[in-house]
Design a protein around this ligand. Structure first.
Ligand SMILES: *[C@@H]1O[C@H](CO)[C@@H](O)[C@H](O)[C@H]1NC(C)=O
Ligand SMILES: *[C@@H]1O[C@H](CO)[C@@H](O)[C@H](O)[C@H]1NC(C)=O
Ligand SMILES: *[C@@H]1O[C@H](CO)[C@@H](O)[C@H](O)[C@H]1NC(C)=O
Ligand SMILES: *[C@@H]1O[C@H](CO)[C@@H](O)[C@H](O)[C@H]1NC(C)=O
Ligand SMILES: *[C@@H]1O[C@H](CO)[C@@H](O)[C@H](O)[C@H]1NC(C)=O
Ligand SMILES: [Mn+2]
Length: 608
């Protein structure tokens, strides 16, 4: 573009220039003021946290933003789904919809209908119902994976077990068809669908009629009362005939090669419990999205399952050969394969657990501590539909289900760390006495299983739990008499999540200000978050960040109990409070001078 020409009449009438300039200036000033106002709004957006895990705020354009899932529209009311909508199978495939894992686009005229249907399963049911049962999917495996399993006819056969409760027809049968279409028929013994007291009409006779036409023997087991995922899986496992059991959620899509890669591991080691890499089926668009690599499964102080970045041994191994199965401290729980005899030998599932939750940790601890292993096979990729909220009810409430299950996990497998869990998780602590775990403790004894300390040291050396060889407690700044605090925001791996901050010190029962300091010098807190500063010495102060733990030297510190200084391992500067206005409240590393703000007390808090 060359010069900007004014329109003809203006060029001729030069006297009008000052007037235009005046108005232009006014406009610029107004825009500038508005921008300032917006900046303020950005710094202090008014967040409202709603009871259903949604967060609401007004953005810089004055638009109300709701983060989290759509459960009901606060502005224009969406009518509830009707009885007919819930009980009718509206599967209506359109050729090519969702092809190759592509997202499904809903036309504007159907948006209201879409939102109405969304409430039923808490995913975009209208989109799901338009995708054919045999849609194609991308193959995200490494090239080498396609050549590794040519001896698959020698692998053990498997029974596929899928538990469902009020699942949609399209998601359930797309799971089934993805198994049939993408598994070598020689390896499929049968498919077992376990219906956990579904209420939908179409999941009764119509489903039975449909599965009788499938090319793989498929049966349905029904439970008249709601028994939950754990007991329903047991029900399926008890009738399964295949030498391997493969459990899948009822809203999955398996990709090419998924089964061979799982069974190959079990063929060479019957004590391995193997999980696929879990890709993401988007709950709004049903797009098949590749999930992150270099993660493994573990858990936080509340015993919630979490994915953390891979480190140490497993990371090194992956760098050598990214197609080999690697160890994981715990499995996500929905999708895995296990030798059938080994499953029962090792105590199947804890049948004292109810409905849902905690069973994945229970099985992971049990398998590891009793001599087996839990692994992820990177050549096996299965998509799972992740929802932002659960459509299921918890009969008896969350205290009776999730917290009792987790209390059982802690009581049986976690030794002294059970005390840690109960101390900081009151709802679980209150019901721990009600648990009868006698038979599970006997199982542990019978198999001479190792302790939880062995598990932490050997399976998950990067853990951030307290231990006798490390500090656990509050880190208090003596200059300000304030404590280091865990940020409230969620950490995205490897993304800086902001500067480390101090807050007024709290009580002994709040984990928000609890940190561990490991013998290696990592200052860590719950959810694998570490204190992090630049390795190199720079002039002046460096910001101290709070980030996902990486295992690198930039996250190593030394506490000098005599001088009460916390020194950075490599830049040898002192952890300090910023006195510059630009890093308000933030921590920095500065030259050690002995001043009071560089002095810290590590106050131990009892955890067991
Ligand atoms: C929708 O259902 C909920 C609970 O079932 C009820 O509280 C609400 O009033 C219903 N809304 C409409 C618009 O019918
Ligand atoms: C799915 O099935 C339909 C009808 O049987 C067939 O026309 C189509 O080619 C199949 N698609 C794929 C990806 O196999
Ligand atoms: C669960 O237990 C906690 C503490 O015992 C109590 O405060 C909470 O209200 C209970 N929640 C439910 C849903 O029963
Ligand atoms: C706990 O369960 C065992 C069997 O698993 C039973 O023998 C025992 O009596 C039960 N204990 C209590 C206190 O109910
Ligand atoms: C910090 O120490 C280094 C070397 O010890 C020195 O070169 C630098 O000037 C000091 N910086 C400040 C701000 O005092
Ligand atoms: Mn699921």
């Amino acid at each position: 573009m060359n010069s900007i020409m004014l329109p003809g009449p203006l060029r001729r009438c030069k006297r009008i220039y000052p007037v235009i300039l005046f108005f232009v200036s006014i406009v610029i000033i107004i825009l500038y003021r508005l921008n300032q106002l917006n900046k303020n709004a950005q710094i202090h957006p008014k967040h409202i946290y709603r009871s259903n895990n949604q967060e609401e705020y007004v953005d810089k354009n004055g638009i109300r933003v709701v983060v989290g899932h759509y459960v009901g529209n606060p502005i224009h009311k969406i009518p509830n789904a009707t009885y007919d909508m819930i009980n009718t199978n509206n599967f209506d495939p359109r050729p090519g919809a969702g092809k190759n894992g592509n997202p499904v686009v809903i036309e504007p005229k159907d948006l209201l209908k879409m939102q109405q249907y969304f409430q039923i399963n808490r995913f975009n049911l209208l989109a799901s119902d338009r995708i054919p049962l045999n849609r194609s999917l991308p193959d995200f495996r490494r090239k080498k994976c396609t050549t590794l399993f040519e001896d698959y006819p020698s692998y053990p056969k498997t029974s596929i077990i899928v538990v469902f409760h009020n699942e949609a027809w399209s998601t359930l049968l797309r799971t089934v068809w993805s198994v049939i279409n993408r598994s070598p028929p020689e390896l499929l013994e049968e498919i077992i669908l376990v219906d956990d007291a579904s209420e939908r009409e179409f999941l009764r006779k119509p489903l039975e009629d449909y599965i009788s036409t499938l090319p793989v023997p498929t049966k349905i087991l029904r439970s008249k009362t709601r028994i939950g995922l754990i007991k329903a899986r047991l029900k399926g496992a008890l009738v399964a005939k295949g030498p391997v059991l493969t459990f899948l959620d009822a809203h999955c899509e398996c990709t090419t090669g998924w089964l061979e890669a799982l069974l190959s591991v079990i063929k060479s080691d019957r004590t391995a419990v193997v999980c696929p890499v879990i890709d993401i089926i988007n709950d709004d668009s049903f797009a098949y999205v590749k999930s992150f690599e270099l993660h493994w499964g573990a858990f936080n102080w509340n015993l919630q399952f979490r994915w953390y970045t891979l480190g140490g041994r497993e990371l090194k191994q992956r760098k050598v050969d990214a197609t080999q199965p690697f160890n994981t401290p715990t499995m996500a729980g929905g999708l895995f394969a296990i030798d059938r005899q080994y499953f029962f030998e090792m105590g199947a599932y804890d049948d004292g657990m109810n409905i849902w939750g905690g069973e994945n940790l229970e099985m992971s601890f049990r398998i590891w501590q009793c001599g087996g292993k839990v692994q992820i096979a990177p050549c096996s990729r299965v998509g799972h539909l992740f929802r932002k909220s659960s459509p299921y009810s918890f009969p008896g409430g969350i205290n009776k289900t999730l917290f009792s299950n987790l209390a059982r996990v802690a009581l049986v497998w976690m030794d002294e760390w059970a005390k840690f869990y109960f101390k900081f998780n009151e709802p679980a602590g209150k019901i721990k006495e009600e648990q009868n775990v006698t038979s599970r403790l006997e199982l542990r004894k019978k198999h001479q299983c190792k302790g939880f300390e062995w598990y932490l040291d050997n399976v998950w050396p990067q853990h951030f739990f307290p231990k006798d060889d490390r500090f656990f407690g509050r880190i208090r700044n003596l200059g300000e008499n304030k404590c280091l605090i865990k940020p409230q925001k969620k950490v995205v791996s490897n993304q800086p999540m902001g500067i480390a901050k101090l807050e007024t010190c709290l009580g002994d029962d709040l984990t928000l200000e609890m940190f561990v300091m490991t013998p290696d010098g990592f200052v860590m807190t719950d959810d694998s978050i570490c204190l992090d500063a630049p390795e190199k010495v720079v002039l002046g102060p460096s910001k101290v960040r709070i980030m996902a733990c990486s295992g690198y030297n930039r996250q190593k510190w030394i506490y000098d109990a005599e001088t009460q200084e916390i020194l950075h391992l490599t830049n040898r500067k002192c952890l300090d409070i910023s006195d510059s206005a630009t890093f308000t409240d933030g921590l920095v590393t500065t030259n050690c001078t002995g001043r009071r703000t560089q002095k810290w007390a590590l106050e131990r808090v009892a955890w067991k």
